[in-house]
Design a protein. Structure first.
Length: 437
């Protein structure tokens, strides 16, 4: 594998792409440490040290921004607005006929949907930036810190607008950097930036576990976490690569004097067809009640119940709801992203059929049956992986965003596999051996 990387750097065009990607990553990481105007950076650092920022309500978003959210930097929102916009457009494609028609138009339609995604990203960045500034001004960003109300000393309208515009422009720059990586670098730009954001929080999170440990000066806990992480990586790689291959046979057709078709292929149905989307959906949905309770000034019973049951990651009610929501969203996302009837119609149009299954409606029913069967183990796998941070929270006193937790490890392994496959395919095009000999 190291030899293949060395060959990649010896290939001029690949070396240029890799160095360009690394340069964009450096620019992105520098931007995550530049504070926006109007923020008292010393008070922010004091509150982060006192409150242990990773355990807060905004821990998930902070992880996706590489720790920039709670530091209130120019890249504080990171790529979360773009991810949210992409998911919304993907869901609306199933509902709105105009978007569905654009999706079927090929490259031109995809470019139009990408443009809509950019507009929606800017709108969401304005909305989320305004919410973050309001949260910082009220002192709710670091609840329990005595200097939380002094993070934004000047609370004038001009300062607030400047902060929101700066964060929105930072989000636009991040989106541009991701598209540059996609066009001129290696891999999918947004996925690479997400990978870097999550990986950047690993060293501090691991060292915090070591410093908080009591066995052999914390080295026992540190080694156990590393071992658990390696086991999880192996498990995630195994399941992410697992797929059910449904054989498809195309009938031979004579057009003039030429023969077409007569080939055999397969439809790959992944066990984890939904990816990491159900975990993100479930986490976001569970954050909404806690966020409402945090900003509510009443002392009613519903606020007390939410505070006691839905804000602690190790509470049984929280664990149960989290697991059930992941399973539900896994089935929901697979249902809207894979249309068995459309696949069956396309196969019938080009003379394809599944051996033993009649073309048309029986094929759609068979695909739906197989998809439901393999989604069950996929959804249960996602739920169990996502509960690892909770078990770590109980066992080691780790933060709620455990470094080898569900969302982070799924994204890192998925992006890593995708990027390695792209480098390998480009190496094989130049008659080199791949990573897997």
């Amino acid at each position: 594998m190291l030899t293949a990387f060395a060959r990649a750097f010896r290939t001029p065009d690949l070396r240029k792409k890799l160095l360009f990607t690394l340069a964009i990553i450096v620019v992105y990481r520098v931007g995550t440490h530049i504070p926006i105007p109007g923020v008292d950076y010393k008070n922010v650092q004091f509150c982060m040290d006192q409150a242990k920022a990773n355990t807060g309500l905004f821990g998930l978003v902070n992880m996706f921004s590489g720790g920039a959210l709670l530091q209130i930097t120019i890249f504080a929102l990171g790529i979360m607005p773009y991810i949210t916009a992409s998911i919304i457009l993907q869901l609306l494609t199933v509902v709105i006929p105009r978007l569905e028609a654009l999706k079927k138009e090929g490259q031109a339609g995809t470019a139009k949907i990408t443009q809509y995604t950019r507009y929606l990203t800017v709108a969401l960045a304005i909305l989320q930036g305004t919410g973050l500034v309001a949260t910082a001004r009220s002192g709710a960003l670091f609840s329990g810190c005595q200097l939380a109300g002094q993070i934004v000393p000047d609370q004038s309208i001009f300062t607030t607008i400047t902060m929101v515009v700066t964060m929105t422009a930072g989000t636009a720059v991040v989106m541009w950097l991701g598209e540059l990586i996609t066009d001129r670098g290696i891999g999918n730009g947004m996925s690479i930036l997400m990978f870097i954001s999550i990986a950047a929080t690993f060293p501090s999170a691991l060292w915090a576990i070591k410093t908080q440990g009591s066995l052999a000066d914390g080295w026992i806990e540190f080694g156990t976490v590393i071992l658990v992480g390696l086991v999880m990586v192996g498990l995630v790689v195994f399941v992410e690569q697992a797929q059910r291959r449904i054989p498809v046979q195309y009938a031979k057709r004579m057009i003039g004097r030429r023969s077409y078709g007569g080939t055999s292929t397969y439809i790959p149905l992944k066990v984890n067809q939904a990816g990491v989307i159900p975990v993100i959906f479930a986490s976001s949905l569970l954050y909404i009640p806690a966020l409402i309770a945090q900003f509510s000034k009443s002392d009613s019973g519903w606020k007390t119940w939410i505070t006691q049951n839905l804000t602690k990651g190790d509470h049984p009610i929280y664990i149960s709801l989290y697991f059930l929501l992941i399973v539900f969203f896994a089935f929901f996302y697979v249902a809207i992203s894979f249309n068995p009837e459309e696949v069956a119609d396309n196969m019938k149009k080009y003379g394809g059929f599944i051996p033993g299954i009649r073309a048309g409606r029986p094929t759609a029913e068979y695909l739906s049956y197989v998809l439901n069967r393999i989604t069950w183990p996929g959804s249960l796998y996602l739920g169990l992986i996502a509960l690892v941070p909770t078990m770590a929270l109980v066992g080691f006193g780790a933060s709620q965003n455990f470094p080898f937790g569900g969302t982070s490890i799924l994204i890192i392994v998925g992006v890593g596999l995708e990027t390695v496959k792209q480098i390998e395919s480009q190496l094989q095009q130049r008659n080199y051996e791949g990573f897997l000999r």
